[in-house]
Ligand binder design. Sequence first.
Ligand code: X8Z
Ligand code: ZN
Length: 651
Amino acid sequence: MRMRYPVPTFRVDDRGWTGEERSTVDRDETRGVGRGLGGRRDFLKAAAVAAAGTLPGRTEAFGSRAPDIQEEVDAFLNEHVARWLPLETKAGQAAWEASTDVSEAHTAAQVTANQAVNQVVGAPEVIEKVARFLGEKDRLTELQVRQLEKVRLRAAEAPGTLPDVVKARVQAEADQSARQDGFVYTLKKSDGSAENPSANRIDQVLLTSKDLEERKAYWETSKEIGAPLREGLLKLRDLRNQVARGLGFADFFELQVADYGMGVDEMIGLCDRIVADVRPLYAQLHTWAKHQLAKRYGVDAPPGAIPAHWLSNRWGQNWPGFVEGVDMDAPFKGKPPEFITEQAERFYTSLGFAKLPPSFWTKSDLYPADPASGRKKNSHASAWHVDLDHDVRSLMSIEPDNQWFDTAHHELGHIYYFLSYSTPKVPPLLRQGANRAFHEGVGDLIGLAAGQRPYLKQVGLLAPEAEAAPASTFLLSSALEGSSIVFLPWAAGVMTRFERDFYAGKIADDSLNAGWWERVGKYQGIAPPGERPETLCDAATKTHINDDPGQYYDYAIGTVLKFQLHDHIAREILKQDPRECNYYGNAKVGAFLRSILELGATRDWNAVLREATGEGLTARPLVAYFEPLQEWLEAENKGRASGWPEDPGKS
Ligand code: X8Z
Ligand code: ZN
């Protein structure tokens, strides 16, 4: 288990929500485990069969004669952690080196370290013992069962019963990451010269350029990285599936979803409801944005889909930069790059969290690599919990702008989560989020709080033009930017559906781009600016497809959770309007958050959510937050054709 967010390997297994066919709005969650148990029983059988092939005997009920099975489980867990944790820490360090300084030597060291940890976590005797202990779960404590579930899912990522497949997977994962992280974009200009733009540079052009030819050139350049990753992705799909099937999962996607104690159909059902809940507002935003952009570029708005290169994000996952006349980056210009992370840290400390440990600052890698140094590093932000204690780090490429300001709050959310549950009260195996979506949601929540105007005004980060703008402008940019309304059809729709179908073998090897764009067209209403031949692989341009596979719904659920927690904090703790509130300096808000974070994964996530907010997972606060926008957009869009041909919400 490398504790890194985004999460490359290990998953939390929390049971609970069962996903009835209802809207996420006004959901009443009273049911518990449900069909998750059926899958678990299958697993127990599969594990026993898998282990029996390599182990001499002992499949009778463990502890049937043992006086105290709980002592036995404790002894097993202690021994397991003592063997696993040091190797995990080494693997985390090796992965850090490989991600921050791409080289053959670092890739090789990462492979060696991962193989060493896999041999422990996936050992046949571990699989066999966990299966037998979980067969007696009624006699165990909740904490023991939860730890055993973690061990079980971790073993399923690298079952020692399939040593060659596991080894091949480790190598293929490391190779794919090295290919991705070491990639250099090349843009050939019309004057014959060439540029090697960084990801930040591409993002900046897409955010600011009004020249459609230039935009198209940078957008196409951003998709170059997919082609060399295509073969590796297909190979990884097969290896990941083989690994997952070793312990009885239908495919790799199902193994990842098991983290939530949910089946694939339940997860897809949940994601579909999220898409449906935001669809009316998304359709209005889509129409409004298309016309706004057409005006900006001096062209006619096309019917139906928005051309992908018109949008300010490489994948159209969010659409920042719409508010005309307000330079969101202005407050950061001229500030030293340290300001971004330090200001984010100030938000957390103002709530009563401790200052970040000094090692965070010395060990993190927060800024773009100097091009002159030749060092290549992963360009996507991540947070790392290397030793499951106080060695916490972040990898970013911060430039002093609004987007990195938002990202820094997100990453520090992970870091403060790590620190909050790294206490003797939480066993190392449970030093994780209540579920993965909680981990994603916390930093985003603070990002949402740090984007509230009363706070920005208080700390002098609100551009004067923005201060003068009407409230609808603020709400509009909140819907378009970050993880919010525009983000959800992408996260719960495109990414989740593509990966589900990819691992289920429903997208042919020679139709990856067709399969990708079909889903982008359907959920986001976005179309590529030209042919996307199958030699390319646009899905693989998204880092998560390569190195955080089968988990993107975490962000969709995290977004729903974020608004749910925010609503509770604003109304119940601050007694303020959720759209105009200020957490900064509020100790009560800090105590509320810490009461969630310090639990780690010791409790069922549904119970944690219900106790914290009085409700199960619901998109009601998210929808309510943006409610005034619907009417405003409908007025703006009057007389305009709305929607796109493949829109799933179109009747
Ligand atoms: O990957 C991330 C974080 C790290 S966990 C920067 N996010 C997703 C993305 O960039 O696609 C945050 C929002 C969605
Ligand atoms: Zn994250």
